[in-house]
Design a protein around this ligand. Structure first.
Ligand code: ZN
Length: 327
């Protein structure tokens, strides 16, 4: 993908000055947004589309919505989980994971819930998911949380109501795939396309979202009262305290921060905006990778900083290559 333009994406002089700075950098903070996963084919928050086109995703991403109709909210998230699992981590996710293994003083704060950085084996202790993850499952009543559960669907009733089921290449969950098939065949849904990759976008106006009652949904194994729910941060909820504390402590401990990488995000919203400012206060130079040249973080950028415009999956491995290849 895009290999033909590879060498021309990053201007030679800027690549050289960045590599030199990266080589000397100890404390590095990366902020990731939807743009890094766009190259893996994942849409941004507007949601999975298709079946959900008539639903405003923001109206489903709240504790109130879950309280009102947990079955509907779970189906929305089941769909997003399925799409995220069909996507693969790209070269940018892998390059950052490798940089983390090389440099224990490098931490990444991701606003993405898509599980692509964990699936690229980014070391857990150096990856902070400020908006949680579609693949963390937690209780709405107690503190129970189960991380990196990639089962799809999480329970058979949450299979996506569409025809043309495709076994998911990302899991070996035969039981799940068979259950999905059984559910689909019992539903008599018509498919307009059976092509892999298109099945999530079948025209859906006529496909009803099945009604799923709360007693069909997974219960908490700890308290047995609560319902399990997706471990993402919903509108009106606090960001995960442990995660924020871990990043705060890392910043507080650093005498100097050398570099802040801002990848696929404008970093204009809390907490990303604040972290860019705090990093630059501690001396960090800024490197932005973004498709849109106007998508800049809320700091004054100078000639010393870097703005690499384009596809993160091409640019990130390119700018990290020299340091990653060094033994
Ligand atoms: Zn519980």
């Amino acid at each position: 993908m895009a290999s033909a333009v590879r060498s021309s994406v990053v201007p030679e002089d800027k690549l050289r000055s960045f590599s030199e700075h990266l080589r000397r950098s100890q404390n590095i903070l990366a902020l990731l947004g939807a743009g890094i996963s766009a190259a893996s084919g994942l849409p941004t928050f507007r949601g999975p589309g298709g079946l959900w086109r008539s639903h405003n995703p923001t109206s489903l991403a709240t504790p109130e919505a879950f309280g009102r109709d947990p079955g509907l909210v779970w189906q929305f998230y089941s769909h997003r989980r399925h799409m995220a699992l069909k996507a693969q981590p790209n070269a940018a996710h892998y390059a950052l994971a490798e940089l983390a293994r090389k440099n224990p003083n490098f931490i990444t704060l991701s606003q993405n819930v898509d599980g692509l950085s964990p699936r690229a084996n980014h070391p857990d202790s150096q990856l902070h998911l400020v908006h949680g993850s579609l693949f963390d499952i937690k209780c709405n009543n107690c503190e129970y949380i189960r991380r990196n559960d990639f089962t799809d669907p999480i329970i058979p009733a949450l299979a996506i109501p569409k025809a043309a089921p495709q076994p998911n290449p990302s899991t070996d969950d035969k039981t799940g795939a068979e259950a999905t098939k059984a559910l689909y065949s019992s539903m008599e849904y018509q498919s307009e396309s059976t092509a892999e990759g298109q099945d999530l976008d079948v025209s859906d106006a006529n496909i009803p979202i099945p009604r799923i009652s709360p007693d069909q949904l997974p219960k908490c194994p700890d308290c047995a009262i609560g319902l399990l729910r997706p471990g993402v941060v919903w509108f009106g909820e606090m960001l995960p305290e442990d995660t924020i504390n871990a990043v705060d402590n890392w910043i507080a401990k650093a005498d100097k921060i050398d570099l802040v990488l801002v990848i696929g995000t404008s970093a204009r919203v809390y907490p990303a905006a604040e972290y860019v400012l705090r990093a630059t206060d501690k001396g960090a130079l800024v490197c932005v990778v973004n498709m849109d040249k106007n998508d800049k973080p809320p700091v004054e950028m100078t000639d010393e900083d870097w703005f690499f415009q384009g596809d993160a999956s091409v640019i990130v491995p390119e700018i990290l290559r020299e340091v990653l290849e060094k033994p």
